[in-house]
Design a protein around this ligand. Structure first.
Ligand SMILES: *[C@@H]1O[C@H](CO)[C@@H](O)[C@H](O)[C@H]1NC(C)=O
Ligand SMILES: *[C@@H]1O[C@H](CO)[C@@H](O)[C@H](O)[C@H]1NC(C)=O
Ligand SMILES: *[C@@H]1O[C@H](CO)[C@@H](O)[C@H](O)[C@H]1NC(C)=O
Ligand SMILES: *[C@@H]1O[C@H](CO)[C@@H](O)[C@H](O)[C@H]1NC(C)=O
Length: 342
């Protein structure tokens, strides 16, 4: 049909064509879903219109709001972040659970957010990442979180959660990252944590809590991408179970506990990059195999009960005195010379 038109009128049609084109393009992503928008406006009004949610307004497409992402095909909200406000106060509003397509809920750095973890979060049946970090949320870590079976990452660090860790969290068979550090959790580490069933190396951070009791042998089963049990002060037992895997675990921090085992009997995972064992009751001597750990860049064995000569080599030589000091009778470079035997 365009071929019937003189060139001049073709030219004048161009703006119209462009308009049509851009309309088609916009239609590629449906407008924000009305129910999702209603839920978020309820969240905003619950928090009494805080500054950080200023652009969440009824007349705008909610997929274009700050702190929101929509799925390109369905237009449903899949990501919400509410973070970094020193004044936003209240507890978690129920309306946040009226986002059935939500995959990531990121709530962080809100010092005036209080109250417990509410059960209505289990209505988020597609949630992959639940981050409730650095707030004043408190109370126990509820076992009902294991009902959100789609969870891959659970980050509840830097809050004031109390009570023990529910063993049921290990039922989350897609869970890869469990970050519970810097709370006031008590009791023992559940033995069930040895049965995370995920493919990629899991990360477990239980540091800076008040956990106690023996480390369960089952914890030696997974190959951890990262395991941090540091600074619980009263965790004890034979933590050498964690060194079982041949390649396995790459980053380990067990500092500041009462772990007690003979280091000379350990065979380190060859992929180890980061080994922090300071402030425990580890005895024996440093195995020569440590010099085969070509990826090791962080080492701290200080303040233990180690003895004997530091095996000299390319790996032990990378670290200064601070990595070895405060032991019973370690000797050799970079510490002082060993006493002459005989
Ligand atoms: C927690 O949030 C406050 C701001 O509210 C920030 O100053 C502080 O650095 C945050 N702490 C952590 C551990 O992220
Ligand atoms: C290991 O944990 C201790 C105590 O929590 C901490 O001081 C240290 O920085 C950690 N080490 C590394 C390398 O993260
Ligand atoms: C290390 O301590 C354990 C007890 O925790 C003890 O059985 C073992 O003999 C000690 N090993 C050495 C080399 O001192
Ligand atoms: C190792 O840990 C001790 C605490 O036991 C700390 O004083 C020292 O600075 C740490 N060294 C390194 C190199 O991180």
């Amino acid at each position: 049909m365009a071929s019937f038109l003189p060139a001049a009128s073709m030219f004048s049609l161009l703006p119209l064509l462009l308009l049509l084109l851009s309309a088609t393009y916009a239609a590629a992503r449906p407008a924000c879903n009305a129910d999702d928008k209603k839920a978020l406006l309820a969240v905003k009004s619950y928090f009494r219109d805080p500054e950080i949610l200023a652009d969440w307004t009824a007349d705008a497409d909610c997929c274009a709001w700050d702190r929101i992402q929509c799925d390109d095909d369905s237009g449903r909200i899949v990501y919400v972040s509410i973070d970094g406000s020193p004044t936003l106060s209240g507890s978690l509003p129920e309306a946040i659970s009226d986002l059935p397509f939500l995959r990531v809920l990121y709530i962080a750095d809100l010092p005036l957010l209080t109250g417990p973890i509410p059960q209505f979060l289990t209505r988020l049946r597609r949630l992959n990442n639940l981050i409730l970090r650095n707030t004043s949320l408190s109370g126990p870590i509820p076992a009902f979180l294991s009902q959100i079976t789609t969870l891959k990452l659970l980050d509840l660090s830097h809050n004031t959660f109390t009570g023990s860790i529910p063993p049921d969290l290990s039922l989350l068979c897609g869970l890869g990252d469990l970050l519970l550090s810097n709370n006031r959790l008590t009791g023992e580490i559940p033995a069930s944590f040895g049965s995370f069933r995920i493919a990629s190396p899991p990360q477990l951070d239980l540091s800076n809590n008040l956990l106690s009791g023996e480390i369960p042998a089952e914890l030696g089963r997974p190959e951890w991408g990262y395991i941090d049990l540091s600074n619980n002060r009263r965790l004890e037992g034979d933590a050498s179970v964690l060194f079982g895997a041949a390649k396995g675990t790459t980053r380990m921090n067990l500092s500041g506990n009462r772990f007690r085992f003979d280091l000379s009997r350990v065979s380190f995972p060859t992929g180890l990059g980061f080994l922090y064992l300071s402030r425990n009751e580890i005895n024996g001597s440093i195995p020569a195999q440590i010099n085969q750990l070509e990826h090791l860049t962080v080492l701290n064995l200080s303040d233990n009960k180690l003895c004997g000569e530091i095996p000299q080599g390319p790996v032990t030589g990378k670290f200064g005195k601070e990595a070895y000091q405060g032991n019973s009778c370690l000797c050799g470079l970079p510490l002082g010379p060993c006493p002459q035997s005989g």
